[in-house]
Design a protein around this ligand. Sequence first.
Ligand code: UDP
Length: 450
Amino acid sequence: MENQRGHVLVVAYPAQGHINPLLQFAKRLASKGLKATLATTPYTVNSIQVTTVGVEPISDGFDEGGFKQAPSVKAYLESFEQVGSRTLADIILKYKNSSTPINCIVYDSLLSWAIDVARQFDIYGALMFTNSASVCSMYWQIHQGVFTLPVEQETETVSLPGLPPLGLPDLPSFLAQPASHPAYLAAILEKYGILNQIDWVFCNSFDELESELVKAMLGQWPLKMVGPLVPSAYLDQQIDGDSAYGASLWKSKNDRCTEWLDRKPENSVIYVSFGSMADIARKQAEEIARGLQASNRPFLWVARDMENKLPRGLAGETGLIVSWCNQLEVLAHPAVGCYITHCGWNSTLEALSLGVPMVGVPQWSDQPTNAKFVEDLWKVGVRVKKDEDGIVTGEELKKCIEEVMEGEKCKEIKRNADKWRDFAKKAVGVGGSSDGNIDEFIEKMMKRER
Ligand code: UDP
């Protein structure tokens, strides 16, 4: 049956940093008149509250509790491929004879097997990267043999097309220490073998932010920037009701945060968060606490499940510690003047899109590269230096906070942050670079043009 309107099935890996951008992409397609459905695992489906996008469960083989039930990352990813392929096919069959058969699968880059399911049903397939295009290009270069693993400690810098010279500490941890997470690295590299054969490769970023890289990759793989994939209300867009991601794996008490922030002067508050996955060691948490206290400024810390590692009475008169918040609402609040971040890609892009200066405290994965770019390429913050034990001391953190919140450098950082915020809004606005890429995709997908 021919579907005149177009139905896109967006398949998300069940982590907060993946569901957010993929759901956002689905909402953007729906706002352009398509039917969009998000597929994610049964234990995350209930956290999704959106009206414009349909939701379907797809099984990873661990329906009760997901990833935590799996014996290893490798076992989890293998199970997801096996069971997920079957349930993805079931979803396609479910809609096949309806008035809205699925025309296209947009799949998360960690689920590269989804393209085989799309091909099995002769459906258009598109990949979505949830990292920066620069980081994706590094994995691509590895795959092409432009540089090899392991990167030698002695190698001073790696020179790659479209990127600034990168030292070992600037590389994603999967490349700097390839033995640290072999299953993730294998899953990441797997898709690069067919990258130049896929019709559409989307990235949650925008052309202006990574312009040199986009030029350098032209013709190598079909990269299309479609971000920032942030709810439209935060980018001054007028898409009805789109003022939150609509998916939260934890409960936030944002009324408490907003009320607290409302009582603070403009640009005075330090927001601290290490995202949804990082596990900060007790010693490191204590040093961060020392740095915050020494900076003598109000702070809002999302401690998630590490509250027991924080010194007693830390919040005192000046701080607020919560386990989870609506991060966009916090970053958009005028009282927030600095974001101490792990530099997860979504968090980095959110801060860039909202003009919030950053102190980068990267942990693993792509975070070291994002922190490097925050400091040296986009110049919207600074990156902490770690001591010989890999710890960021309280003194170092205080120094970085001061650089970002006072003095001459602070003014330059703020000017750059405002500049990138404006570019981000323009990219997603009508006729902007990312908006145009989405329109082109829809047009070609509906005509089944490659
Ligand atoms: N986030 C949130 N509330 C919090 C902390 C994080 O809503 O208290 C969201 C944040 O806005 C971002 C996502 O969780 O969209 C985290 O993704 P990111 O890529 O930054 O880091 P990850 O959690 O994957 O390490």
